[in-house]
Design a protein around this ligand. Structure first.
Ligand SMILES: Cc1cc2nc3c(=O)[nH]c(=O)nc-3n(C[C@H](O)[C@H](O)[C@H](O)COP(=O)(O)OP(=O)(O)OC[C@H]3O[C@@H](n4cnc5c(N)ncnc54)[C@H](O)[C@@H]3O)c2cc1C
Length: 288
């Protein structure tokens, strides 16, 4: 004979355990959502920049890298902070010129948000440059007012199959930042072809780092150095960057390639003319 009381009890128990199971499921889901939101907010709050206001960063190390160029390392507010600069963007730095007047100039850090607790600038100091004066006079322990991020390019993995990059002098810094981000990301398969122009061999910035990219990623990164005043033994390009050099060392015009350029105004204009003449449409070109 059926024991209805027992069946009823079993049924009730089953309902209770089902309810407990769903309760647990909801609690676990809520916990996961809370953790994800918390992690996202930590990542966001670790960013150190303010796009509207200048914030001060302490210069902790200054390393000369050529007769007129130095690497400046600045501490972020906490040892766990990141700068919070999207790849392809730059910051604005504020200083005083030799007459005490305020000057603001853009600079591209050579570090990425994978570098925790600090950021670095490579700055070339021109004899008559106004912001150059400020950097020349800066000592370790002093503070630099910085605002950002700024810039029109926000790099997304896969936005191009290949980049051609044409840099002159300190125009290397945005190219270096982008190349590092591409090569350090195992999911990023973009190829990079860099033409880097300078006056003398001593002016080439970040050469060791660029050469080690070329050695470590021979199928993904190529660099071609061009000098207007080379030493006697020099196996790179000579003179100014020409149409032929671009044809030889940059990806040919195609909808899935982009040519980036950054250099002094005269060079940028000359490169734009070369690129137009070679059939690179405007949407294949970008000037930092
Ligand atoms: C997006 C962006 C990112 C940049 N990132 C960097 C960076 O990481 N590192 C860096 O060092 N610079 C960088 N620059 C250049 C920087 O912003 C300044 O223009 C540079 O430091 C000169 O500023 P200044 O006030 O000292 O010279 P200014 O007072 O503006 O110029 C005075 C004189 O300096 C000389 N001069 C200035 N600029 C150049 C030049 N490019 N080529 C040749 N002679 C010049 C000229 O003789 C000029 O008449 C970047 C520029 C841009 C647009």
């Amino acid at each position: 004979m059926l024991n209805f009381e027992l069946l009823k009890k079993d049924f009730m128990q089953m309902q209770v355990s089902q309810a407990a199971f769903f309760g647990l499921l909801v609690a676990v889901a809520a916990m996961i959502i809370t953790i994800v939101v918390y992690l996202c907010s930590i990542k966001k709050s670790r960013g150190s920049l303010d796009p509207e206001n200048f914030k001060e960063f302490k210069l902790t190390k200054r390393t000369p890298i050529s007769h007129n160029t130095a690497k400046f390392r600045f501490a972020l507010p906490k040892s766990t902070s990141i700068l919070g600069l999207p790849v392809g963007q730059h910051i604005l730095c504020r200083g005083k010129d030799s007459e005490g007047n305020e000057v603001i100039r853009p600079y591209t850090p050579i570090t990425l948000d994978s570098d925790i607790g600090y950021f670095e600038l490579v700055v070339k100091m021109y004899p008559k440059g106004r912001m150059s004066h400020h950097f020349r006079e800066m000592h370790e322990g002093e503070y630099l007012p910085v605002k950002g991020p700024k810039g029109r390019l926000k790099y997304k993995v896969g936005q191009a199959r290949a980049f051609g990059m044409i840099a002159g002098g300190t125009g290397i810094t945005p190219m270096f930042q982008l190349t590092r981000a591409i090569l350090e990301n195992p999911k990023d398969k973009t190829n990079v072809h860099l033409i880097y122009a300078n006056v003398t061999v001593g002016d080439i910035l970040l050469k060791d780092e660029l050469d080690s990219f070329a050695t470590n990623f021979p199928n993904r990164f190529k660099v071609y150095y061009v000098l207007s005043q080379p030493t006697e033994v020099w196996n790179g390009g000579i003179g100014h960057v020409s149409k032929e050099m671009i044809q030889m060392h940059c990806p040919t015009p195609a909808p899935d390639i982009q040519i980036l350029r950054c250099g002094p105004p005269g060079m940028n204009k000359a490169m734009a003319d070369h690129l137009n003449a070679l059939g690179y449409t405007l949407d294949m070109q970008f000037e930092f």
